[in-house]
Design a protein. Structure first.
Length: 439
């Protein structure tokens, strides 16, 4: 619970008895005495009042009037993709070889020796806060995947863990154990990190969040913009990671979590790197953000091509235990993270790549092709259907099903507000840069 946010809302709304209300809320969450809870409430209100109406470019926040939840930010659908496009605009064009404008899994710069240096960061799944080992395992694996799909070999990982004030310190150790399980299995060390409380004294409860970053090096690159008409699309088998684990946990199908505990993706990529075939691959990605639907949209936009998929070939590559769970819950497997490897390559190299991947005991097949046009299509039972992502990824928990995945009726209005907020932040950046240069 964010007690600072609670105090500020109460002050802005001129709510009576805000001190009493906040004291009661604190006692609901925190194991403490009524006297200590009241003192904490008083101190919180004092700080909230002091920072309620700040003025000036640096201190005044940019406000869009649209919340993260309303726009589906982080929910791997249209709203999330649009926000990331705006983030790229706020960052602006950089000197990087691959930056946020490319919508790739990682960023790339060139080292002084001419080698490519690849950097990425992944946030842990927010619903795995109570399962810190699992959260650590899956976020570490995700970070390494993002390096591999750029055609690079990871060399190190770093972590960032934030646990709320009442969280048990054991969560930190369990999370690190999950990360280093992947580290020891893959041989890629975790070498540094940060451990903090969420919001310091101002967030009470046990919630945990955090992320894992990774760095890699390579002499060649596979980025989405290299996708060409005539390429074929390959996909490896996938059993999911954080998303599938979350589905299994919150629908009471706990045994399915075990299906996700593997490093098959990493082993397949190591085989590819060892074979030297990566130089023939145009693009690779992991099937995560909004499932294959989301990946198809991003690749199409970046490369200016159309992707056509055969559903019957994709279905065979989904772990059967996971697929049965998803279908029993009426969850679209094409709209959730499967943690499979997607490879886009000229057709003449497809057979050698599939042979190499299978030598790692990982299944793989051709699931589609790249043609002229834009967007994506899927062929199901001989019929061509649209394959655009929904407003949010497939609803895979009871709460997500309640919220739904359809576009809100005021989506265009919200986009306009977000456009304005992004421009305001760009202008603020410009003004502050000019101010610093004048000093």
């Amino acid at each position: 619970m964010d007690i600072e946010g609670y105090a500020k809302r109460g002050l802005k709304n001129n709510e009576p008895d805000i001190e009493d209300k906040l004291t009661a809320r604190i006692l609901e969450v925190k194991r403490t005495s009524p006297e200590h809870a009241r003192k904490l409430a008083q101190a919180t209100i004092t700080e909230a009042r002091a920072t309620l109406n700040l003025k000036g470019d640096i201190l005044e926040p940019t406000v869009s009037g649209v919340t993260m939840g309303e726009f589906g930010v982080g929910s791997r659908g249209l709203g999330d993709f649009y926000t990331h496009e705006k983030i790229a605009e706020v960052i602006g064009k950089t000197s990087a070889v691959v930056d946020t404008t490319h919508l790739d899994d990682s960023g790339v710069v060139k080292g002084n020796g001419g080698e490519y240096i690849i950097l990425t960061v992944d946030g842990m799944h927010s619903r795995l806060s109570d399962y810190s080992f699992l959260a650590g395992f899956h976020v570490a694996r995700a970070a390494l995947r993002d390096i591999y799909v750029m055609g690079a070999r990871p060399v190190a990982m770093l972590s960032d863990i934030h646990v709320a004030d009442d969280g048990d310190v054991g969560k930190v150790f369990d999370h690190i154990a999950g990360i280093t399980t992947v580290s020891e299995l893959s041989g890629i060390p975790l070498i540094t990190g940060s451990t903090l409380r969420i919001g310091g004294d101002m967030v009470i409860g046990e919630r945990m969040t955090g992320g894992v970053g990774a760095v890699g090096v390579s002499s060649d690159l596979t980025s989405r913009e290299q996708t060409k008409v005539g390429d074929v699309i390959l996909m490896t088998e996938g059993a999911g990671g954080g998303t599938i684990s979350t589905t299994a946990l919150y629908y009471g199908m706990h045994a399915v979590v075990n299906e996700t505990i593997n490093i098959k993706f990493l082993e397949a990529c190591e085989k590819l790197l060892d074979s030297g075939l990566v130089k023939n691959i145009h693009a690779m990605t992991d099937v995560t953000n909004g499932g294959i639907r989301g990946d198809a949209k991003e690749i199409s936009r970046t490369a200016g091509v159309k992707l056509v998929f055969e559903e019957k070939h994709m279905r065979k590559l989904v772990n059967p235990v996971v697929l049965r769970m998803l279908e029993s819950l009426e969850i679209d497997y094409m709209g959730v993270s499967l943690d499979a490897l997607l490879i886009i390559v000229p057709e003449q190299y497809a057979e050698d790549i599939m042979k190499t991947i299978r030598s790692a005991d990982v299944d793989i097949a051709i699931i589609g092709k790249v043609v002229e046009g834009t967007g994506a299509e899927i062929i199901i039972d001989g019929q061509v259907r649209d394959f655009t992502p929904r407003f949010r990824e497939s609803a895979y928990t009871p709460i997500k099903k309640m919220i739904g995945d359809e576009n809100p009726r005021n989506f265009e209005e919200m986009k306009n507000a977000i456009d304005k907020a992004a421009l305001n932040s760009i202008e603020k950046k410009r003004r502050v840069i000019e101010m610093v240069k004048r000093k």
